[in-house]
Structure formats: C-alpha cells, structure tokens
Design a protein around this ligand. Structure first.
Ligand code: ADP
Ligand code: ASP
Ligand code: MG
Length: 814
C-alpha cells in the first residue's frame, strides 16, 4: 500500500487536480492508495486573512469569503460536467459553516488560536471533498475519510502534538474495514481529545501523510509537490540548484528544520524508525526522478548535501562581565524562553562566557526581550549584565551534510566565500555532530549568500560574473559583442559564466538580474529608464549579486568619483577611464586600499596601451620580485597617428582633424596634443612600478605653439593649428634633416618622469612605429640591457574592448 500526499499547488487548479487524478488512477491499478491532500494553493492564507479582517471589524472579510467560495466553485465546475448531488450538498453546507464562523468572529471581534484552527481547517475539508467526489463521479472506487476522526492530538492549537497510541489504533481500524482502492483524506487537520478542531502547524499535511504511512507500515510515503524533489538549495532563489537524488533522514530533517519548505520538519519522525522511504515527486513532471529520503548512508557522496535558509530571524545577545559569576545563568535564560513558549533556533556562546547569542523568530523577539530583561532585572540594575540587545531583519543560512565531519576546512571555505562577497556574518553555530554549519547574516544578503555558497560547494567549476557596464558607446558596443560571442567558450573552457546584468549610456540604463538578453541588447537599452550615475550605483548595490563588476568606459570624472562607493560594496571596478588612476596620489592609494580591504578587484589595463598587456605585465614583474629601473614608451596612438602622417606635403590642421574624425583623439584634441593624456599614462606606470608621484611631478615639454596653449575652446585651438602651420613644419623639418622621425615619448627614470616630442634616429626601436601603434620598453633588474618590449595597436575600439574583456576574465580566473 502506498501513501501519497499532494500539496497546495498540486491541487491548486482543475488542471492540476486532473494530473493528480491521473496519477491516482495509474497507481490504484496495482495497489490500494491513500491520498492526503492540502488545501487548494493559497486558500489557507486567504482564510487566515478573512479571519483577521473579521476580527478587526473589517467587513471586507465577506469579499474574501466570496473569493474563497468562487475559487472552489470554479474548480468543481471545471472538473465535473454534472457535479454529484452529494458534492453540491457537502460543499454548500461546508461553505455555510465557514461563513457562519467568520460572521461569529466579526461579531465578537476575536480570533483565538482555537478558532483560528477551526477556520483554517476548512481549506483541507473543501479540497478533499471536491477530489473524492470527483473521483467517485468518474467511476473510480474511492472514498473520503475525515482525518479528524483518525488523528487525535493535545490542545496545543495551531501546532498540536499527536497522540500516537490512540491515532495509530484509529487509523489501523479504519483501513482494516475499508475496501476502496483510493481513500482521500484532508491533511493538516486533527481533533483534540476533547473534540476540538486542531491543526498540525503550517505545512502540516506532509506530517499527516507521514503519520498515516507509519501507522499502516506503508511501503513508501510519496510527497507530491511543485518541484522535482529536495534541491541542493531553494530553487526559487538559486537558478543552478538541482534535485538531490538520495538523502538520509537526518540530512533531510536538518535541511527542512533550517528552512527547506519542501518538507515539513516533523514529517520524517514517524517514518524514520520504520525505515519507510519518503519519495518527493513533482506533480507537474511525474517522470522526473525526484528525491528519495531513506536510511541509506551518504558515505562517499559530497560533504555538503544541501544549503537552506530561514528568514525573519532575530538575534538576541545577552552580555556582561558579571555573567561568569551568576549561578544557574543559562538555566534561567532558557527557562524564561521556555515559559514564553519561544523556540530557540540557534545558540552560540563565546568561551569567555561573557556573552550568549540566540536566534529566534522575529515575531517573538519583543516578548523575549521583555521576559529576559525581567528575569535578570536585578543583575541589570547592578550592571553585571547589560539589557538584552535585539537585532532584527536577519536570516540563518545552513550547510548540511552527514559527511561534513570527514572533511576539513569546510567552514573556512564557507566564511571566506561569504567574506569575498561582502556578506557580513553576525553569528556562527556548528553542531557537535558536524552535520550542520549555520551562520546568521542580514536578510538582504540571503540570495547572494545562497548563490555564492552554491557556487562554492556545488558548481565549484563555474564562476558567475555579474557585469554592469556604463558608457556604452563605441568601445562598449564592441565589448558587449565580444562578450556575446565568447560566452559559450568561456563557460566551456574557463568555467566562467558572464552575465551582463546592467547597461547604461548617457541617455538610458537597464538592468536584469538574470542577464540582459544580448541578442537584442540595443533595443532593451534604448527602452530602459533615464540614465543616472547615482541610481545606477544604487541599483547595482541593491541587486546585491555575487562577483559584481562595474565597468567604466566613460571619460567622466563624476563616474570615476563613484569607484570608492562601488569598492566599499565589494563590487569590482574595471576602468577604461584614466581619471581615477591619474588623480591625486591619496585618492589613488585610497582606491588601492579599498580594493584590498573589500576584496574587490580594481583593474585598469586599458588605461595604458588600450588592449596591450602593459599593466598586467608590469604587475607580474613586480610581484615576482623584479624592479623597474626605467621605462621608455610611445603611449599615444593619436599622437603617433598625427606625426606618422604629418610631413612637408600635409597640413598639421588636416592631420589632426583626420585623427579626430577617425576617433583616435579624445573629443577635445588638446588632451592628446598637450601631452596630458600621455603624462597620465606614464604616471600610472610609475605608480604601478611602486613610485609615489603626482601629475604635477611629470615634466611636460610641450610642442604646441604659444597661441595653441592659450586657446580657450576647441574651435579656437583648431584655428591656431592653421595659423601656426609654420611652427609645426619647423619641427618636422628639423627631424627630417637628421633622417629622424618625430615621436611623442614618455620616460621614467630614477624616480623622475617626463613627456615630450623627440627626434628618433634610424635604428631606434621607436623609429619604425606605425599607425596608431604603442610601444613600451621596461628596463628592470632582470632586463638591464635588452628591455622587455610590448608593442602593438594602442588605440581603437576593438582592442580597447578586448583589454576590458581581459580584465573581466582576470577577475573570473582569480
Ligand atoms: P506544497 O504546497 O506542495 O506542500 P511547498 O510550497 O510547501 O509545497 O514546498 C515546495 C516549495 O519549497 C518549492 O516550491 C520551493 O519554493 C520551496 N523550497 C525551499 N527550499 C527547497 C529545497 N531545498 N528544495 C526544494 N524546494 C524548496
Ligand atoms: N494548507 C496548510 C498550509 O498551507 C497545510 C499544508 O498545505 O500542508 O499550511
Ligand atoms: Mg508544504
């Protein structure tokens, strides 16, 4: 004989009830089945809501009642062409009783736990009536039995305790005499020894099924729900979660106690000793394997079996230097909570015994505070103990696994994974059995914590990066396209899963936690909300995704000023924008410190030489113990373009205009031509070499004419280029007369740096530098005579985008 239980979603619509009926029909061909049903999904909450409305003298309860009535009537009509008279009669009597009860609550405006149990029980009564009568109407051998006649409890309303000796006897007697193939029973409800309506606690239909299965020594207990088993973690919060095939009773119990709602925690107890396996199945996908909960030891399997969470936790801390000397201190504390019927979920105590922390449900926190402060009133007045502190809006996240005790370093991995993602741990508890490690964290961090831990313990091989790109113009567009093209390769080969979770240009911005669809990203962005730097930051922060990376492809100082805010939230920063790294030394140092402190990478490879691996190479040299003695470099793709094309047959003005038109200069060409841009780059290289320096310390030997330097606007500046053509031709002629080439060179030597135009003779590595190429020569202790040279295109949207992409991948590989 099999016992099957169908949850709220499974009986939540006529369509799903038809699936349930199909399953029952198939099963009953081979053996008798007992089927426990929940209330129609959402009805228990609606009944409670109606009760509260009535209690508060809100006549709206009538509307809520009517909704409940309509939901059931619709289901009956969809399931039965002509409902049986018995069904119609039973339902109308039951609804009438329900209405009278609500009217009564309204009249006396009181909803005691006892009345509440009577009220919510209507949900299961209605659903079981409908399903049983529909089966009979369709010609199946079926009957309905009211569980209240079989399960007897004490009078602990809303969560009554079962009297197994009476209940087992009643259950056995009933089924001995029953000859029906299918018996439908309402879950959740029972009766007290005094004949009052009771319930087994929210989610208690699972428990009803377990009690029946145990009483009858059933072969298996099947719990049919809306997911394909017990998952590695809550599948609603972690997309990558997957069903666990086999799990031990202890593990299942631990996971459900710590919030895995798929199984009501007391369910395991009745079947455990009898070794009846629990099979969790999906009504919407009956062919899926589901999860088998049994006594099979989990030797050899993964150490961590699952991760669960409980929200709405409050942390109570009792501390004080006088605590050590107070006799029976813990006894008094726990007695107080027990008298108040407050359930303690988690306990931690420092070995100094100066403080004790307890995790309880938030809605009991105020009551706990009043009671505990009262118990220790005397000690508090004598300042031996401080008044109890209460922190709310917390959650418990627990790692569970029988096999955890055989593995070292799991808690370390757990804490560091959370730490890397800026999830602050408020308290830690580990059972002596080592089946469970729990941490208390802020509720707002739960989703991120579950995803981080799931990645750490179940998908060790893939790392999810959540990328937020601002300044999506020319370069940004290429970056998005490159990410789109490489996504699969990175996932398959580097085990990095990149999601573009936010995009912004100067007009609009858009976000998507699951990743923006890159097939259509341009129209998604265009349809986004109005762009705002602050709102962008606040959104990235509140999305609170693990491994978040902010990518700045603007040249905007306001964006750069927000890096510190991002880093403080443990959000990595990848910058194309040079402003931050070439800003005041204190600010640069601050960003570096924040990056270390908050474990948030701060990378800016594209600040120098676009996509060329200049900074990364330099960092590797330094990290491996090398020392930079000098640097010589041509770092401006735009100036290189200008001087490669400028000669006696061209005009300086035309060449600069062409460079601007082809996108090789900044919108204001003075930033390039004045040498400021190159000065910023050599400054960054000097700083990354370990030298503390500011932009003012760099000697800038300008080649611009006096009037060029004085010009106020971009237009004025262009005019001076026409007017001062002779000045520029003279520079060319001087170099040409010596057979030399003009190159704009940046130098760093013995702690000093300079930038300026130089005449480069034939044979020098800079001489043949073409187009927009850059070149950097590092002279170091290990490369004293022959420098290490990095050369290649140093400007252009594609190479810059690939430099940004390389920084993102570096973070993923780390
Ligand atoms: P039913 O109404 O069938 O009793 P529940 O809503 O009580 O269903 O339980 C199923 C739900 O439990 C799932 O839809 C899922 O959201 C939630 N859940 C939480 N943690 C887990 C987990 N580890 N595995 C499966 N489901 C989980
Ligand atoms: N209907 C009850 C509830 O929603 C019991 C159950 O579904 O298990 O809590
Ligand atoms: Mg449930």
């Amino acid at each position: 004989m099999k016992v099957l239980k169908f949850g709220g979603t499974s009986v939540g619509s006529s369509k799903n009830i038809n699936k349930v009926i199909a399953i029952l029909e198939t099963y009953s061909k081979d053996e008798d089945v007992i089927c426990i049903v929940s209330a129609v999904g959402g009805i228990t909450d609606k009944l409670l809501f109606a009760g509260q409305q009535a209690q508060n003298k809100d006549a709206g309860y009538i509307e809520t009642f009517k909704t409940v009535e309509a939901i059931h009537t619709d289901i009956i009509n969809a399931l039965n062409e002509t409902p049986t008279k018995s069904l119609i009669d039973h339902i109308s009597i039951t609804l009438k009783d329900l209405r009278s009860l609500l009217d009564g609550i309204f009249l006396i405006n009181e909803l005691s736990p006892k009345t509440s149990d009577k009220l919510v029980g209507f949900g299961e009564k209605l659903s079981s009536l409908i399903i049983a009568e529909t089966l009979i109407n369709r010609g199946l051998s079926a009957a309905r039995k009211n569980t209240q006649e079989l399960i007897i409890t004490n009078s602990n309303f809303t969560k009554a305790e079962v009297d197994y000796s009476i209940s087992n006897q009643l259950i056995r007697e009933y089924f001995k005499s029953s000859d029906k193939s299918i018996t439908i029973l309402p879950g959740f409800i029972a009766k007290s020894r005094n004949g009052e309506d009771t319930t087994l606690g929210r989610g208690g239909s699972d428990f009803t099924a377990a009690i029946i299965a145990a009483a009858l020594h059933a072969d298996t207990l099947e719990i049919w729900t809306d997911v394909s088993g017990m998952y590695t973690t809550n599948p609603k919060l972690v997309k990558q979660a997957y069903p666990i095939k086999n799990i031990s009773y202890q593990e299942a119990m631990e996971l459900s106690h710590f919030g895995a709602k798929v199984l009501y925690p007391p369910t395991v107890q009745p079947v455990l000793d009898l070794n009846i396996p629990i099979h969790i199945k999906n009504t919407m996908e009956p062919e899926a394997d589901g999860t088998i909960i049994s006594n099979s030891p989990s030797n050899g399997s993964k150490p961590v079996k699952g991760i669960s969470n409980i929200n709405d936790i409050a942390l109570l801390t009792l501390q004080g230097s006088g605590m050590i000397g107070i006799p029976g201190f813990s006894k008094r504390l726990f007695e107080t909570l027990s008298q108040e019927k407050i359930n303690v979920i988690l306990i931690t105590q420092a070995s100094s015994e100066h403080s004790i922390c307890l995790g309880i449900e938030t809605n009991e926190a105020d009551r706990a505070k009043t009671a505990i402060d009262q118990t220790f009133e005397y000690e508090i007045t004598c300042h031996k103990i401080e008044p109890l502190t209460v922190e709310k809006d917390l959650s418990i996240v627990a790692l569970v696994g029988d096999n955890m005790k055989n593995h070292q370093g799991l808690s370390g991995k757990m804490f560091s994974a959370l730490g890397r993602n800026n999830v602050n741990i408020r308290a830690i508890a580990q059972g002596a059995s080592e089946k469970n490690i729990s941490v208390v964290i802020a509720e707002k961090d739960v989703k991120k914590a579950l995803n981080t831990l799931h990645e750490q313990f179940f998908e060790i091989k893939t790392k999810q990066l959540n990328v937020f790109i601002t300044g999506v113009g020319n370069v940004g567009e290429r970056l998005v396209e490159q990410i789109k093209a490489q996504k699969k390769y990175l996932k398959d080969n580097l085990k990095i899963n990149i999601r573009v979770a936010g995009l912004s240009n100067s007009r609009t911005m858009t976000f998507n936690e699951d990743g923006i669809d890159l097939k259509d990203w341009k129209s998604v962005l265009a349809a986004g909300e109005k762009a705002s730097l602050n709102v962008f930051f606040e959104t990235v922060k509140s999305m609170n995704l693990r491994n978040s990376i902010f990518v700045d492809i603007t040249a905007n100082a306001d964006v750069a000023s927000l890096y510190e805010d991002y880093l403080r939230e443990s959000i990595g920063v990848v910058a194309c924008n040079k402003i931050a790294c070439s800003s005041d030394l204190d600010h640069y140092n601050l960003l570096k410190r924040l990056s270390l402190k908050y474990n948030a990478p701060f990378l800016f490879e594209t600040n120098v030489g676009a996509g060329l691996p200049v900074i990364d190479t330099l960092n590797n040299l330094i990290a491996s113990g090398d020392k930079v003695t000098s640097i010589q470099a041509v770092l401006s793709g735009s100036l290189n373009f200008v001087f490669n094309n400028f000669n006696k047959d061209t005009k300086f003005y035309d060449v600069v205009k062409q460079a601007a038109a082809e996108g090789y200069t900044e919108p204001d060409p003075r930033i390039d031509l004045s040498g400021v841009d190159v000065a910023r780059k050599i400054l960054i290289l000097a700083r990354e070499s370990g030298v503390e320096m500011n932009l003012e310390d760099i000697e800038n030997k300008t080649f611009l004419s006096e009037s060029g330097l004085q010009s106020d606007t971009v237009e004025d500046f262009y005019q001076t280029l026409i007017k001062d053509e002779a000045h520029y031709q003279k520079l060319y002629a001087s170099a040409a007369s010596k057979g030399s080439q003009l190159k704009y060179v940046a130098k760093f030597n013995k702690g000093k740096a300079s930038v300026g135009l130089e005449e480069i003779p034939q044979g020098h590595p800079f001489y043949n530098l073409e187009g927009k190429d850059n070149i950097v020569m590092f002279y170091t202790t290990r490369y004293p005579e022959q420098p290490m040279i990095i050369k290649g295109a140093g400007a252009g949207a594609d190479v810059t985008a690939s430099g940004l992409f390389a920084d993102i991948i570096r973070i993923g590989n780390n």
